[in-house]
Design a protein around this ligand. Structure first.
Ligand code: ARG
Length: 459
């Protein structure tokens, strides 16, 4: 196929070089943005009398038809074209002749591709935000239901202090709320319009960039044309947001995998979100969580790709930048896919409250509370800590627990102990007393749930 830029060449492009150079196999994803952007461009050219008003109308009407033809499957995107921009212009010119060739006045593919990608990404940010909001809603509902469900809290994966399952879940709600906020912030800098920057230096035509930006729903325009065509910071920002979303999903997945093991049995995943083994009949595997954990690597890779593509590039546009799209598309698709399966998997999972409680009981998980009990009786914390350490050592040596060690034994360690010590190490009491702001008590979890629900309304 003859290239639109063929004018100064005496040979056609080598076939392998042509394939290497072409981006249509992946940038065809942006056909809608490309056509919508071109419609706004034609409208601007018409409004500024750079082309005739009737010419602009004809171009816009035809672009509208091309859009619905692609959408209805009446035309197929021809991968012999170099990229989606060339394809749309070619179809337009095939259909309306020389008038189609006027569309590219006062623009370049360099600002066009930057425009398309920003439009594509802001829609994706909206979609991912919706998916995150659904996830946070599922988490907060579950947390509310389990605000008094006791489970062990861990540090170093060793039982540390009793917590509520609701509290544990709300930690993830906080992470995903930050992700939503980060995306909203990244969107501010994505939603800036580069069209009109042209190849790199702006144009001699009397264009109206603000008209075009407003038509396309942008909140600002890029104010340096060289930056306009070469800035991909918005991609890096999005990919960092996407990477953090994946970090959070991956950590949550890891816990879900542990919790659904026979060793823990804290939750039971629904059959609809688990898989079996081809050889071991008893297996019920948490594949969805494992894939969410595994796919994080792709998205981190996409971020590294983008940073590396950009780091040595001189201004302004360089073909290296064509590599931006696959990284961005892959991250968008991966994050969406993970969220689309993770949320219903979590929603349908059942908490095994008895097992959680059992894992929290009968050990030394309330040792800190026992030390705090001694502090309330007037001992300095370090002294109290040491006495309780002695009690734990004694229990381990005698096969007892803090709950079953008799009062006489406690008295030998410190005269301060009274029979009310047993109330101090009651699991429910330990949890209910943690009323400090952000603590694990049911009251605190309720407050966190209310906070999260209110936050969601902001986006
Ligand atoms: N397909 C190109 C890309 O994705 C479009 C811009 C091409 N511009 C150019 N001067 N070759 O970046």
């Amino acid at each position: 196929m003859e290239k639109m830029w063929a004018g100064r060449f005496s040979k056609t492009l080598d076939k392998t070089a042509d394939d290497f150079n072409s981006s249509i196999s992946f940038d065809k994803k942006m056909y809608r943005q490309d056509i919508t952007g071109s419609m706004a461009h034609a409208a601007m050219l018409g409004a500024k009398n750079i082309i005739g008003a009737d010419e602009a109308d004809t171009i816009i009407a035809e672009l509208e038809k091309i859009l619905s033809d692609i959408e209805n499957g009446n035309i197929e995107i021809d991968e012999n074209c170099e990229d989606i921009h060339m394809f749309v212009e070619k179809v337009l010119t095939d259909r309306i002749g020389d008038l189609g060739k006027k569309l590219h006045t006062a623009r370049s593919r360099n600002d066009q591709v930057a425009l398309d990608l920003r439009m594509y990404l802001r829609d994706q940010i909206d979609r991912i935000t919706e998916l995150l909001k659904e996830l946070v809603t599922v988490i907060t509902d579950k947390a509310d239901e389990h605000k008094a469900t006791i489970m062990p809290g861990y540090t170093h994966l060793q039982r540390a202090q009793p917590i509520t399952f609701g509290h544990h879940l709300m930690a993830y709600a906080m992470m995903f709320l930050r992700d939503i906020d980060r995306l909203a912030d990244a969107k501010k800098r994505t939603n800036v319009c580069p069209i009109g920057s042209c190849a790199l230096a702006g144009t001699t035509y009397d264009t109206d960039r603000i008209f075009e930006a407003e038509k396309l729903g942008f909140s600002a325009v890029c104010l340096n044309s060289m930056d306009g065509v070469s800035d991909r910071d918005f991609c890096v920002e999005f990919l960092s947001c996407a990477s953090l979303i994946m970090v959070h999903l991956s950590r949550f997945s890891e816990e879900i995998i542990l919790w659904s093991s026979w060793e823990f049995k804290f939750i039971e995943l629904d059959d609809a979100f688990t898989t079996g083994s081809s050889i071991m009949p008893q297996k019920k595997n948490p594949d969805m969580a494992e894939l969410s954990r595994g796919k994080s690597g792709r998205v981190f890779g996409d971020l590294m790709t983008m940073l590396t593509v950009l780091k040595g590039l001189p201004l302004a546009y360089n073909k290296d930048m064509q590599e931006d799209k696959e990284a961005v598309f892959d991250a968008c698709d991966t994050v969406k896919m993970c969220l689309e399966v993770f949320t219903p998997m979590l929603q349908s999972a059942k908490a095994c409250e008895e097992n959680m409680k059992k894992a929290a009981s009968g050990g030394f998980i309330c040792a800190t509370d026992l030390a705090d009990y001694l502090v309330r009786k007037g001992l300095p914390f370090r002294t109290a800590y040491k006495i309780v350490g002695g009690a734990v050592g004694k229990c381990i040596a005698e096969g007892k627990t803090l709950e079953t060690l008799p009062l006489e034994e406690y008295k030998k360690l410190s005269e301060v102990f009274e029979s009310d010590l047993y109330e101090a190490i009651d699991l429910s009491a330990c949890v209910e007393k943690r009323i400090s702001l952000g603590g694990t008590s049911p009251a605190s979890v309720s407050m966190q749930v209310d906070f999260a629900k209110n936050e969601l309304k902001k986006y």
